[in-house]
Design a protein around this ligand. Sequence first.
Ligand code: SF4
Length: 389
Amino acid sequence: MKYIDEFRDKGLARRLAETIAAEAHPGRDYRLMEFCGGHTHAIFRYGVQHLMPPNLRFIHGPGCPVCVLPMARIDHAIALATQHDVTLCTYGDLMRVPASERRSLLKAKADGADIRMIYSTQDVLRIARENPERQVVFFAIGFETTTPPTAVAVKTARAEGLTNFSVFCNHVLTPSALQTILSTAGPDGVQLDGILGPSHVSTLIGSRPYRFVPERFGVPVVIAGFEPLDVMQSALMLVRQLNEGRCEVENQYTRAVSEEGNRKAQALIEEVFRIRPEFEWRGLGFLPNSALALADAYADLDAEQRFPVEIAPAKEIKGCECPAILRGVKTPTECKLFGNPCTPDNPMGSCMVSSEGACAAYWSYGRFRDAGAASRQPPAASHQPPARG
Ligand code: SF4
């Protein structure tokens, strides 16, 4: 398949692995954070870590929108569906994320709440059109990548006069999370030598917004595609920057990312949303200017204003290490609940539910079992779909 096979080529992977091994200085560490869960899954699915020299380590970042959503927002969504009898629509992976008291949207649905799984914002609009007697709320979630479809849905609802449509907005912004990770790096936080920047997010925001990372924190960034050879080439670009004493933003994912990003989508987002003064992230706390809400011109479509709810303070699952994993200071296997009882069939935390979660990646590809015995075999060609992010 064009644009897939050539980024999973076995011979190229072998040559890249040999080049990285030859160029990585044995006397130093290369601690590279992949911001996106999509990268984490590419690394685990194709065994990329096993192709790296022992002193080059990938550290998993917070780039999974489901994982970083705090439990209070799931509690809030359940309260919307149960306290106001609305039809709540959202994507499949959110349905199973544990809320307080081991509740979830799926359990609330089983108890009778009208909660529906959708595949796109067009599904939500259709449900609103077909059910004019029902209030339909879209539980919107995602980084910058998924924000434009929400904006289009909001504008469509306004144009059609759909007064029974509203949005519970949970869109978050990548640069704020990066800044927090880097501000807390050091002896008590994660130690980082370089960052693999997001793929899909960067198609929208471009490479320019990452300039503060080398300028203020002295950490190089390479924006990386989601295929295994993308990740390996990006790792090599970071190794070269570090070896040569350079510290800049480079773009490996040139087939999709430009410096300025998608201006049309950016203008749409600026029209429909405003930046929240602060927003809570699981593991990172309340971050300033880190999330979006509907702009004043669309405030009548804001579900938080239309349907006030009362919720008790959220109760985190005892023993779940998702917050530390999302900061990059622990790995999933350092959680005592990993594998027993926490598995994708019985998730205790968001990182085991999401298709981009680090715990799900460790479990699904089983590489935690052979962590001490790296095979160093290049990845076989595969036709698995690329990760979303
Ligand atoms: S293994 Fe489960 S309980 Fe442990 S951090 Fe991951 S999601 Fe949380």
